[in-house]
Design a protein around this ligand. Structure first.
Ligand code: ADP
Ligand code: ZN
Length: 521
């Protein structure tokens, strides 16, 4: 077939089966890549249309595509939707009865199923491996692929077994891995764990122009919340809280204040939970107050605000949750209430975790905390965290709208770069700052870093100042995290160029929320 015929037949399928007139973003290239039998890695923000990237090629290719997804609740949704448009899609997971499972197996063996959704824990079952070995498979799609990495925010150990199982299922079965949240470190981890370093990577921009990010100090949050909601009367919104108890409390608080609000969390009776979710989707209520259990697979286009009443555990989670606002492209607000006390609370929760998990959770929290305090453009920080360089500010987040105190940072940036180089590019931000400030620290002394030229050169400024400088030098791409060990800082080529021919650079002071007052009416 010549290329245009393929294009035409893909477009035709897109229209006939899914009802869409054109592909979005990279969808067509991704689909073509899979049809060519190549390993494919897709990183696309939530709502951008990842599902179609494996659903459509599954229809075109001979055999059954297996879709590995950790979200059992969503499988049924997707399968129902596909069945509704006449596609034979099925799922295998722990919710099926024996006879239901047998029915699916029969259809599989008869080669009738185009897409089979499986949970990773079902995939690892011996009998299912045997079954799939007897089927003709087209490719394997791995959804929520970030679950494979310990460095991500949602590590699932059973994801680590996917590669070896896929290998058992068929020689050279192509893989498509998809995720909506992956830092460069997590991306590298995914490719390594799935042995798909050779994959073609499709990385979409994560910038959502219509989202207005804002962080406010959490001083009197209930009052702040009600004021915000009254200003957005009648609009759809999601309020995320950390605990189930808080969810109930805030939902009740809103109700007594005449806001149409309902709670949602995993501890509620399933029927009530579904009822509340439907109430939100059907617009019987305006506001849903929820834990992070709410939102996966929710595709309500006109969510006008997402509020984080408590500080979330990671920027990954935060970005994904705020991404549920404004899917229709219309201006929407993403507001977070920040309090250092929330960070401390979360740190306490982490105490009982195993060491690696605890260390990682701590790193994620540090990033969260730094994001909240920083006065750099919010989307620019978020995108930088996910490895994307915006190169400019969004122009409409709280930090862009408000003038922050600036300072000339050339000498400070140069000193930071020098300190990283002189210590051999093997240390993290805390160590670098200790050296710059000339702290009499055992660790610093044991490396003889107290004899370096840079030692103590920055003792006139405090720790927060140096953290600001180094973090902003990272956003300017002069410094980057090491890809093997993200705690280690390294100087980039751009950083080296800057050292050769330095120029003035304006940095902004961080927020000092302790001095900020909540605006009153
Ligand atoms: P993701 O998995 O990336 O979060 P989905 O696959 O759920 O996103 O898609 C988000 C929404 O976009 C869905 O409502 C889907 O039907 C719609 N969509 C996907 N591709 C297209 C397209 N080419 N044209 C129009 N709508 C699309
Ligand atoms: Zn901005």
């Amino acid at each position: 077939m010549v290329r245009t015929e393929i294009d035409d037949s893909l477009r035709l399928k897109l229209k006939e089966v899914f009802g869409y007139n054109q592909f979005r973003g990279e969808q067509e290239n991704i689909i073509r890549n899979i049809l060519a039998g190549r390993n494919t890695f897709v990183i696309m923000p939530t709502g951008a249309g990842k599902s179609l990237c494996y659903q459509l090629p599954a229809l075109v290719k001979d055999g059954t595509a297996i879709v590995i997804s950790p979200l059992i609740a969503l499988m049924k949704n997707q399968v129902d939707q596909l069945n509704a448009v006449g596609i034979n899609a099925q799922f295998l997971n722990s919710t099926l009865s024996k006879s239901e499972a047998n029915k699916v197996k029969k259809q599989l063996l008869a080669g009738e199923v185009k897409l089979l959704y499986v949970a990773p824990e079902s995939l690892t079952k011996e009998e299912n491996i045997d079954l799939l070995q007897s089927c003709h498979l087209s490719f394997a799609a791995i959804d929520e692929a970030h679950c494979i990495s310990e460095w991500g925010h949602d590590f699932r150990p059973e994801y680590r077994r996917i590669r070896s199982i896929v290998e058992q299922l068929g020689d050279g079965l192509p893989i498509i891995a998809l995720t909506a949240t992956a830092t460069p470190k997590v991306r590298a981890d995914i490719q390594k764990n799935l042995s798909m370093e050779d994959a073609d990577v499709f990385l979409s921009s994560f910038f959502r122009e219509n989202l207005y990010y804002e962080v406010r100090p959490k001083v009197n949050p209930q009052k702040q919340l009600i004021k915000f909601i009254k200003q957005h009367k009648g609009q759809s919104g999601i309020i995320y809280c950390l605990s189930r108890k808080k969810v109930e409390e805030i939902a009740e608080f809103l109700r007594v204040n005449d806001v149409k609000a309902l709670p949602y969390h995993a501890g509620m009776d399933a029927s009530i939970r579904m009822n509340n979710q439907d109430g939100f989707l059907n617009e019987d209520v305006d506001v849903i107050v929820a834990t992070i259990a709410f939102g996966m697979g929710i595709d309500k286009p006109d969510v006008r605000f997402v509020i984080h009443y408590d500080v979330p555990k990671s920027l990954e989670g935060y970005y994904q949750e705020t991404g549920r606002a404004g899917r229709d492209g219309i201006e929407s607000q993403c507001l977070m209430f920040f309090s250092p006390k929330d960070i401390q609370k979360l740190e306490k929760f982490n105490k009982d975790k195993p060491v690696t998990e605890r260390d990682n959770a701590r790193l994620l929290l540090q990033e969260m905390s730094y994001y909240s305090n920083s006065s750099v453009c919010r989307p620019r920080q978020l995108l930088h965290y996910f490895g994307e360089n915006m190169g400019k500010n969004c122009g409409h987040c709280d930090n862009c709208r408000r003038k922050h105190e600036e300072f000339e940072g050339k000498d400070a940036v140069l000193l930071s770069l020098k300190a990283i180089l002189q210590t051999g590019q093997r240390f993290g931000i805390e160590h670098i700052i200790n050296v710059i400030m000339g702290i009499d620290d055992q660790y610093v002394n044991s490396y003889n870093h107290n004899s370096l030229e840079v030692y103590g050169k920055g003792s006139n400024e405090d720790k927060a100042y140096w953290e600001t400088v180094i973090r902003q030098a990272m956003i300017l791409n002069f410094i980057q995290k090491d890809t093997d060990n993200i705690k280690i800082l390294k100087v980039t080529d751009e950083g080296l160029d800057y050292m050769d021919s330095p120029s003035a650079v304006m940095l902004t002071k961080d927020h000092d929320y302790s001095n900020e007052q909540v605006e009153e009416n």
